[in-house]
Design a protein around this ligand. Structure first.
Ligand SMILES: *Cc1c(COP(=O)(O)O)cnc(C)c1O
Length: 437
């Protein structure tokens, strides 16, 4: 990260956006109307669901209080977990600030349910980059401490993505599973969001169809859903359609921009208890775990999350319209149904990618004066460039733009606590692209 020079400073002068930029943005906003209306309906349904969960679980101010030491009898923590279980439709939940990231939650979860000799089957293609060292499936690499090193084997297919994009039907997917599933297949992993990949996100509808087939034919196989970036993008969550474990990060959607760190796992009682043993220690389960900072931000963040996710979705729709109008290939397209908050924009060129990430950074409330550089981020095996200027480090429910610094130089834009922020940042990015020429 280096301080901006004079030329780059131009991106920051938001007040001086050209008339052309303002006109084009205005037109795009007009075109968002129907899409935004649909998002409003989802926001309303989710706000209703979350509010009901707060009242049914009798959340009170006392629950926000901090705890210390072992955390025995931490009533705030217990209330928070009942609340999450209600909102996500699971039997039990574990919501802990001791988890540092989504990767950490997924790691705890996989190590909780898999044993030497078991096999993990991923049905949504290659998993998120940071999971490759966890699984131990990097090309020709040995990852100490990975599942592979503990004797857990791994297989993958993209049959659920193909069902999502209607390239195959339900029978063909069932046939694909039948071919792949072996007696040692212990768990199936589903990643809903596209992450940093050119692929579709998994809708709850496809997930429901998939889980029904799997549960009918192979009831003993655990299902783990990586729900990162997908919470509240629809009106139902994976536990409601039978996922055994649904996991995610609190500094993404369900933290509503307020949670400072942490993760959650929701699902069946048995599975959530195994995850608790994996996070802490066998025998301790979820009975321990204090939080000296208190739970107010996590409670309030969950309350705000439906609305904040709605803002991020609306911003993504705007970005899709704007960059499409500028001639770039975008996915999802403006009118597509969205199952995550990620908007990909194929820029096709490293200079354009740097210009867009630089402009997004420059239009951030925090750290606006720095310029993102491609770097070797831990957990990724190629360079990554990231624009992030949020109040919580790495929080990607706040507006951020990440990209693997490799062809096709696609920017992945996500988050935004207000849609207006996303619009302003995208306008800045448009001008940055034009200034390149
Ligand atoms: C963000 C993300 C992860 C990993 O979460 P971190 O908090 O970055 O470790 C895993 N899967 C998906 C789909 C994600 O979006």
């Amino acid at each position: 990260v280096k301080a901006m020079n004079k030329r780059e400073m131009r991106y920051r002068q938001l007040g001086r956006l050209t008339a052309h930029t303002r006109d084009l943005a205005g037109k795009c906003v007009e075109e968002t109307k129907d899409h935004w209306d649909r998002i409003d309906q989802i926001v309303f349904a989710n706000q209703d669901k979350v509010l009901k969960a707060f009242t049914e679980n009798k959340i009170c101010l006392f629950h926000m209080n901090p705890s210390s030491g072992y955390g025995y009898g931490d009533v705030g923590r217990d209330a928070l977990e009942r609340l999450y279980a209600s909102v996500f439709g699971g039997e039990q939940a574990l919501v802990r600030t001791h988890w540092t990231s989504g990767t950490h939650v997924i790691k705890s979860t996989l190590f909780a349910i898999l044993r030497p000799g078991d096999q993990l089957l991923c049905v949504t293609g290659s998993p998120y980059d940071t999971l490759l060292p966890v699984i131990g499936c990097g090309e020709g690499k040995r990852y100490p401490g990975s599942l592979a090193e503990f004797g857990v084997t791994y297989k993958q297919t993209d049959c659920l993505l193909k069902l999502e994009s209607q390239e195959i039907n339900v029978d063909e997917m069932a046939a694909c599973l039948k071919e792949l599933i072996e007696p040692m297949t212990k768990a199936v992993f589903v990643q809903r969001s596209r992450g940093y990949a050119q692929r579709k996100s998994v809708s709850l509808k496809s997930l429901a169809v998939f889980l029904e087939i799997l549960k009918e034919k192979w009831p003993g196989i655990y299902t783990v859903v990586d729900n990162c970036y997908s919470e509240f993008t629809g009106v139902k969550e994976p536990p409601e359609v039978g996922a055994d474990l649904t996991v995610g990060s609190l500094i993404k959607n369900p933290g509503g921009g307020l949670a400072l760190t942490g993760g959650y796992a929701v699902g069946s009682k048995k599975c959530v208890e195994m995850v608790a043993d994996s996070l802490y220690a066998p025998g301790l389960a979820g009975e321990v775990g204090s939080n000296p900072a208190g739970y107010r931000d996590v409670f309030q963040g969950l309350f705000l999350a439906p609305k904040v996710v709605g803002e991020a979705l609306k911003g993504a729709v705007f970005a899709s319209l704007l960059f499409q109008a500028l001639g770039y290939r975008v996915d999802p397209c403006p009118g597509d149904e969205r199952s995550d908050i990620v908007q990909s924009i194929i820029l096709g060129d490293p200079r354009r990618l740097s210009a867009v990430t630089g402009a997004i950074q420059a239009a951030s409330p925090v750290d606006s004066y720095v310029l993102p550089q491609p770097w070797d981020m831990p957990g990724y095996d190629h360079k990554v460039i990231m624009a992030a200027g949020g109040f919580v480090q790495g929080s990607s429910i706040e507006l951020s733009c990440d990209a693997p610094f490799i062809p096709p130089f696609a920017a992945y834009l996500q988050g935004g606590l207000t849609k207006e922020h996303v619009i302003l940042a995208c306008m800045n990015a448009k001008e940055a692209l034009e200034n390149l020429q």
